[in-house]
Design a protein around this ligand. Structure first.
Ligand code: PGA
Length: 314
């Protein structure tokens, strides 16, 4: 498979050492300095990070590492009780936001059994206030049971259920206005990647969120190439980083520099206990959205704890 850099040479993985995205020299040197500063941010200088003398973080953004477990339509009362118990006894690094998204029918139970260390998320929500909408779950109901997040725009809802950008945007705007955090998913199909349309697709999906959301304070962007979801075919760290850096640049140009810096851009698609450390080392990967591997407590804990591989020797 051709890599994305073939299609878009300006994002060829050299951005960090060759900041040529800017048009004039003073902008260029300023941006370069900002870049160096963010790259060399001392772990101990950020309140959201553990003090770690002599270490720097390989992190371009300023947001806290975020790992979500998307349980999808999996599990039974028994298996979910076991998973929650494994999560409750897992040793998790402190400087990570950890969220799990159980199927709706188990959400309340999981919220009640799970330690406060881990937040719960829904996998979907209705576009507005609840009422006569058979089969739907409202944001108000989610808030009522203490749910803090919702996953929206997941590729399985886009491509299997048929949700479009506009519908997803409405859901996101409503959820954010009501105070839920949104894990906003974007990502290209294999044929779109092969046609060189990865960035076009991701930017269009991003714009649909940007056009309607009231603020970016409570949004985490999940880049999930569709060809990598549930296939065991993970994006290489470079392929993921190239899109993440492009997404951050898009936010910078189309929203603001502040939003670009603070918004977590997490990667999803066949992340597991063996590949998470290499992915986490990429500067613009601020965490993960995990499907299959989040159904195993110890493996999910390993993925959460991959935050440690962001810290590199000074
Ligand atoms: P996967 O799913 O980890 O099983 O590939 C990721 C997702 O769909 O969020």
């Amino acid at each position: 498979m051709a890599t994305i850099s073939t299609y878009c040479p300006q994002f060829n993985g050299l951005r960090r050492s060759c900041p040529n995205l800017h048009t004039n020299n003073s902008q260029q040197s300023q941006s370069f300095l900002q870049h160096i500063n963010s790259q060399l941010r001392l772990a101990s200088s950020s309140s959201s990070r553990r003090p770690c003398r002599g270490a720097v973080t390989a992190m371009a953004g300023s947001g806290k590492f975020f790992v979500g477990g998307n349980w999808k339509c999996n599990g039974t009362k028994d298996s979910i009780t076991k998973l929650v118990s494994d999560l409750n006894s897992a040793k998790l690094e402190t400087d990570v936001d950890v969220v799990v998204a159980p199927p709706f029918v188990y959400l309340d139970k999981v919220k009640a059994l799970l330690t406060d260390r881990i937040e719960v998320s829904a996998q979907n929500s209705w576009i507005g206030k609840g009422g006569a909408f058979t089969g739907e779950i409202s944001v108000e109901q989610l808030k009522d049971i203490g749910c803090k997040w919702v996953i929206l725009g997941h590729s399985e809802r886009r491509h299997i259920i048929g949700e479009d950008d506009q519908f997803i945007g409405k859901k996101a705007a409503y959820a954010l206005n009501e105070g839920l955090g949104v894990i906003a998913c974007i990502g290209e199909l294999l044929e779109e990647r092969e046609a060189g349309k990865t960035f076009d697709v991701c930017f269009k999906q991003l714009k649909a969120f940007a056009d309607v959301v009231p603020s970016w304070d409570n949004i985490v962007i999940a880049y999930e190439p569709v060809w990598a979801i549930g296939t065991g075919k993970v994006a290489t760290p470079q392929q993921a980083q190239e899109v993440h850096v492009a997404v951050r640049d898009w936010l910078k140009k189309n929203v603001s520099e502040e939003v670009a810096s603070k918004t977590r851009i997490i990667y999803g698609g066949s992340v597991n206990g063996s590949n998470c450390a290499e992915l986490a080392k990429q500067e613009d990967i601020d965490g993960f959205l995990v499907g299959g591997a989040s159904l195993k407590g110890p493996e999910f804990a390993t993925i959460v704890n991959s935050v440690t591989s962001k810290k590199v020797a000074a």
